[in-house]
Write a protein that binds this ligand. Sequence first.
Ligand SMILES: [Zn+2]
Length: 285
Amino acid sequence: MCTVTFMPQRTGYCLAMNRDEKRTRPEGLAPALRNRRGSQVMYPSEPSGGTWIALNNTGVSFALINWYSVAQRVKRAALSRGEIIPSLSSASSWKLAHAFLNDLPLDRINPFRLVSVFPTSQEVIEWRWDLQQLVYHKHPWRLQQWVSSGFDEATAQAARGRVFKQAQSQKSAGTMDWLRRLHRSHLPNKSPLSTCMHREDAVTVSYTEISVFGNRARMEYVGGAPCSSKASRYHLQAPPTETETGSYQLQTDDQHAAGLASNLELSRAKPQFAQRAPCQICGGI
Ligand SMILES: [Zn+2]
């Protein structure tokens, strides 16, 4: 159960994701920096280590949603879908990601949809696995949304799709504020169908926002429903001039606080999500 929105920008893009989960599921852990196949990758995680969204140091991002419309399930010894992104998150091209995906024991993984954004080539690729075949689709570089729901996927997609379409007629459409309002929206009502999802046994448990503009890459994470005020912010910023390899350097707040040699800045604060407080370390937002 999740909503993922891709929003292109003049010099980059944003990818926002509401993660909807059962209330009984262990709470996710805030983003941390990892080393994957020699590359720096940042992602929040399950306590067991898996994840649903990631950003790597080439500005590439990945978001995974379940595919409930496909009823078939792995019969035994299923591999968690949370393991998919960690295994391919270092990929700087969709062809590399495709190769990593094909290396996975897909016959042990339940149906999923994986959305990935490659800013250098301006490609939005979606893979779909239905336990029969892995197919990929190249989406246009334009505003779009993906929805999954274990409640009633078709109805949730239609309801959120209507809200998404209506929101696009707003004057602020395409701005970061607009994207955040959309992801904390309770339209048509606070329910299993709203983008910020609420139901008795499940809720939107986190909001993750990736933004890549020019030579800046940032991940922001709200641990809790985006309509609530509980927020942990992660602010990643590339150097003013790109590194030799043109890649982004990601850094944790611990490293930043320790003053390790880097031009990168990252802040962690607890502001009201609706009110963007400046970074307490660098003054930026
Ligand atoms: Zn809400």
